[in-house]
Design a protein around this ligand. Sequence first.
Ligand code: NAP
Length: 492
Amino acid sequence: MLTDVAPWTPTDAYVGGDWVEADEGRRFAVTNKATGEVIGEVPSMTAVETRRAIEAAEAALPAWRARTAAQRAEILQRWAALMLKQRDELARLLTLEQGKPLAESQAEIAYAASFLQWFAEEGRRIYGDIIPPHQPDKRIMVFKQGIGVACGITPWNFPSAMVTRKAAPALAAGCTFVLKPAEYTPLSALAVAALGEQAGVPGGVFNVVTCDKAGAAEIGAEMTSNPVVRKVAFTGSTATGKILMKQCAEHMKRISLELGGNAPFIVFDDADFAAALEGALICKFRNSGQTCISANRIFVQRGIHARFAAALAERAADLTVGSGLESGVQQGPLISPDAVAKVERHIADAQARGARLLTGGRRHTLGGTFFEPTVLDGIDQEMELSSAETFGPVAALRPFDNEDEVIRLANDTPYGLAAYVYTENNSRVWRLSEALESGIVGMNTGLISTEVAPFGGMKHSGFGREGSKYGIEDWVEVKYVCVGIRPAEGEA
Ligand code: NAP
């Protein structure tokens, strides 16, 4: 059953080049996040089907890694082109199952395709080294090989881009891949797989196993313990990342972790006020605040703080909330009732501890999981929203007086994914770039994601980098070959 989505969208899982049901035939429902209506049902799989997918990836590995990088690139480029050709349909599907406004879904599909394009090219530049030897009769050669069979587990907030950000470098490097997408958004991943099949990705090279929340831990355990799997790549919460890392440690498996964030957004008195306002608005309310790089704590220097808070509240109150499919909508629903409950808890806790509500703060009159764009002022480090990711449309502000103070406040979090700074002072740009404990810094910009730059965090936001020339490194083994050479025959 599939209603209201592109007719070619598959609702079976994809294993070994076949579209398959779960062994027991169980399925779970995928809903339209704006209405709650069921739009399709996909297989609810277990460790057994996951093992089969891993075996399929293992069987496909020798032929895939034997191809030249250029041959693999040709397929990845075709895959990207098909995604861009079907961009409207993919975006519509993404909006239906995830909720974000159509324009954001369109942007995500282009972003997702960009990883296929980038890594198609990058796969051809996995260079090695010749190292000057340590002895006269030795030669030292270093080369890089695809790591082998790899697994990926992805979240619901970027259900298309997080798939290609992992699968593209994996496949480009000659690895084969098994994916488990999030329960809320499996259709986008299956649609990406369908286009991969059309593009000529051989059976078993890219596999998708789907499951509901109850099955996630079992599939994760299989991926992290199966001896065939050489690497697991995860994007999601820090709590789940820690579980997977422990499991990988048990089996000495490589893992890369793109985890939660708690981004500081810092505006100095000398900033371009209008640009900082625009940056805060987009950085905070894009995807209803459900991004790992969303501004979680907004620090504004005291000289402009009151004016900035009032302006942000005015702009937030003006955002159009509604179904992402409707034109002009700027903020869609949240992903689930639990997400709404968390946002309400953070707001209530902040207000109880003295924060002032400037706008929003309640469930939206549209009902469901719609929530009003919210601005709170006067937050402090003790409030729950300062220490935990809100993952919702809540802008939380506080004033600061000087640079040292704001650097200390910004770094006072276990997380370290993204940070933002608005200033026109060039020396400060350099000082802050170096002082902030985060993997990514947006200087005078609230939009930082691109396939050409390394995305990833430090501290509890994880490790490993996705995108850019660095993004291929997690998918290769470095091998060193020491060659002993003898003198030419007849010579001493
Ligand atoms: P999550 O609960 O950790 O889920 C992420 C994925 O892990 C889903 O596919 C989920 O399956 C699966 N999962 C859950 N428990 C598992 C287990 N024990 N073993 C194996 N897999 C398991 O996170 P989320 O709430 O979906 O995603 C939001 C989080 O992702 C936020 O913290 C956000 O900051 C982070 N994020 C980080 C980045 C980054 O690049 N750093 C990017 C995007 C999002 P189910 O869906 O079936 O539960």
